[in-house]
Design a protein around this ligand. Structure first.
Ligand code: IPE
Ligand code: IPE
Ligand code: MG
Length: 259
C-alpha cells in the first residue's frame, strides 16, 4: 500500500506490526500527584517514557510514531504549567535531536506553530531539516495540535488553491493538505492514563484506527506496555466495512507476530 492511500478509499493491507502508532500520552499529572510531586515532575518523567517508546517502536519495525505532546486546548492550563511544558519542549529540542539523528530517526512536528516563541519555531524547523532523510522511524510530535484545526487548515488551503472546484471537493482533493498525509493512517491508537476519549487528536486520520486504552500512567509506559498494546491490536479483526466472512475468503489468516 502506498503511504498516501486512504482507508475509506482503498482497503489497506494489514500487518502484524502496526506501521503507524499514535499515542495520547496522558497521566503525567496523576503520576506526580501519587508521589506528592509537582505536576511538572510528571512531565519530566513522561519525557523518559518518550525515549523508551521511540526506541521500542524502532526496534519492532513501526515506521511512524505520532505523539500528542500539547493540544490546542492545553493552553487552558495554569500559565505556570504551560510555561514549564514549553520549556521542556525547548530543552528536548536542544538536547535530543542529535541523538535522534544518530539513530536514523526523522523528526517532524504537526500543529499550529505561529503561537510559539520564534526560538522554538526555528529549532523545530532545523530539527526537521537535519533529520529529513532518516529512515528507521518517523517521529511526529503534535504540539498545539487539534484535530479540528487540522481539518480546518486543510479546507482553508484547499479552497485557496482550488476555488473553482468549490462544492465538488473529494477526499483526494483535501488529503494532500492534511497533516501526516505522506504516511499510512495510524493502525493503532494508544491512550494511557485511563480516560477513554480522543481529546481532539487526529480526528480525520483515526477513521479506521484500532483504539487501545490502558490505565497505565504515561511515565510508567515502557516496552512491555507497548507490546501489550500491539498484542491487543493483533487480536483485532480489521474489517474496514466488510463482513468477517469476506475477510476469511479474501485473505489467509495473518501470520505470527512480526511476519
Ligand atoms: C499529559 O498528562 C501531558 C499533557 C497533556 C501535556 P496530563 O498533564 O494531562 O496528566 P493528568 O491527566 O493530569 O494526569
Ligand atoms: C490530551 O490530554 C492531550 C495530550 C496528551 C497532549 P489531556 O489531559 O489534555 O486531555 P483531557 O483534557 O483529559 O481530555
Ligand atoms: Mg490529562
Amino acid at each position: 500500500m502506498s503511504a498516501r492511500q486512504s482507508s475509506t478509499q482503498i482497503i489497506p493491507q494489514v500487518r502484524d506490526i502496526p506501521r503507524h502508532v499514535a499515542i495520547i500520552m496522558d497521566g503525567n499529572g496523576r503520576w506526580a500527584k501519587q508521589r506528592f510531586l509537582p505536576r511538572v515532575a510528571g512531565h519530566k518523567s513522561g519525557a523518559q517514557a518518550v525515549r523508551k517508546t521511540v526506541r521500542a517502536c524502532a526496534a519492532r519495525g513501526v515506521e511512524s510514531l505520532t505523539l500528542f505532546a500539547f493540544s490546542s486546548e492545553n493552553w487552558r492550563r495554569p500559565k505556570d504549567e504551560v510555561r514549564h511544558l514549553m520549556q521542556l519542549l525547548l530543552q528536548a529540542l536542544q538536547q535530543e535531536v542529535d541523538k535522534l539523528h544518530e539513530n536514523n530517526i526523522r523528526l517532524r512536528f504537526i500543529g499550529e506553530r505561529s503561537a510559539f516563541d520564534p526560538q522554538l519555531v526555528d529549532l523545530m524547523a532545523a530539527a526537521e531539516k537535519k533529520t529529513q532523510l532518516n529512515q528507521i522511524l518517523t517521529l511526529n510530535i503534535a504540539v498545539n495540535y487539534g484535530g479540528r484545526w487540522d481539518i480546518l487548515q486543510a479546507v482553508n488551503r484547499l479552497t485557496q488553491a482550488r476555488p473553482e472546484r468549490a462544492g465538488h471537493y473529494t477526499e483526494s482533493d483535501i488529503a494532500p493538505y492534511l497533516s501526516l498525509n505522506d504516511m499510512p493512517e495510524p493502525d493503532l491508537f494508544i491512550r494511557t492514563g485511563g480516560e477513554q476519549r480522543v481529546s481532539n487528536f487526529l480526528l480525520w486520520q483515526l477513521a479506521y484506527t484500532e483504539l487501545y486504552f490502558t490505565d497505565t500512567l504515561w511515565p510508567d509506559f515502557d516496552a512491555a506496555s507497548l507490546d501489550a498494546a500491539i498484542l491487543s491490536y493483533q487480536q483485532r479483526e480489521r474489517r474496514f466495512g466488510r463482513t468477517s466472512e469476506q475477510l476469511h475468503l479474501e485473505a489467509p489468516r495473518r501470520g505470527v507476530a512480526g511476519a
